[in-house]
Design a protein around this ligand. Structure first.
Ligand code: FE2
Length: 287
């Protein structure tokens, strides 16, 4: 599941959930062989890109989970392993869910994952996060204890930010870390964001293309930065380590929201004074 944009949560065309927490049965037996085949296609082309691009925590998580090419993973089996490692479980949802429902799941260490899989003719197109994005992209990182704590804190912070009317700023933190984050490892850039790791073309674009900026992560700066929902990102932010997420899990953002009230939003492609620039993008993709 995702927080693609805060406004999109809850806009699930007239859908009325059976349960108040919007969960559904994964109904693993009901996946067709075509659906398992789509998973295999996505899995095989993506896993080949991971060495040297995905961060170590992701590689470790993927190795230790019951995720392989053969079938769409069974959420119960994922949860058995995850629960023992970081106390998280994976629950099935039909697609986007309302913000408060999403945050409440995270705050209780439940990761809501899309139950459906995209069609074979739209391998690279995705209106809503499906099981490949959610499970292949997100779940391996949930095996990391720091990410596990960060995600729970994000859920709790989301409920608070919603009350304070500051969801946009908090959503930018999520966007530029959990979805599109890069991290420095042994002097090289690696990917930990699920939005990149589940995308065949953005995996290479994020690290290797000349177009986007790659900028050292700064919390306040990121909370001011708009993002693209319709294309690859124009800027990626680089954490010094996955462990640095722990600082944010322990931060009360309320004073930071106040501090940022008199600042302007930054365009997604903008580079500002004080940025630690790893790569200044040419911007050619979006020009
Ligand atoms: Fe996501």
């Amino acid at each position: 599941m995702d927080q693609i944009v805060s406004e999109k949560h809850g806009v699930v065309g007239g859908y009325v959930p059976e349960r108040p927490d919007w969960t559904i049965a994964q109904d693993w037996q009901a996946y067709s062989s075509e659906e398992h085949g789509v998973w295999r296609t996505l899995f095989e082309r993506q896993v080949a890109l991971m060495p040297g691009r995905a961060c170590q925590a992701y590689m470790d998580g993927l190795r230790d989970l019951p995720i392989d090419a053969d079938t769409i993973p069974d959420f119960e089996k994922l949860s058995d392993v995850l629960m023992r490692r970081t106390g998280w479980q994976v629950v099935a949802v039909p697609g986007m869910v309302p913000n408060d429902v999403f945050f409440d799941h995270l705050a209780n260490r439940r990761f809501p994952a899309g139950q459906f899989i995209r069609k074979a003719h739209e391998l690279d197109y995705l209106q809503e996060p499906d099981v490949f994005h959610d499970v292949f992209g997100h779940v391996p990182m949930m095996m990391n204890p720091v990410m596990a704590d960060f995600m729970q804190a994000y859920g709790e912070g989301g409920l608070r930010a919603d009350r304070l009317g500051e969801l946009d700023r908090l959503a930018r933190l999520y966007w530029y870390t959990v979805e599109f984050g890069l991290v420095e490892e042994a002097g090289a850039l690696r990917i930990f964001g699920a939005g990149i790791l589940s995308s065949f073309s953005e995996t290479r674009f994020a690290l290797e293309d000349a177009s986007p900026n790659r900028i050292g992560f700064d919390l306040r700066r990121v909370m001011r930065t708009l993002y693209r929902i319709d294309d690859f990102q124009e800027s990626y932010f680089v954490l010094p380590s996955i462990d640095s997420l722990l600082d944010f899990a322990r931060t009360d953002f309320a004073p930071i929201y106040d501090e940022l009230h008199n600042t302007r939003d930054l365009a997604a492609a903008e580079v500002i004074e004080g940025d630690r620039v790893f790569t200044r993008g040419t911007g050619e993709r979006t020009r």
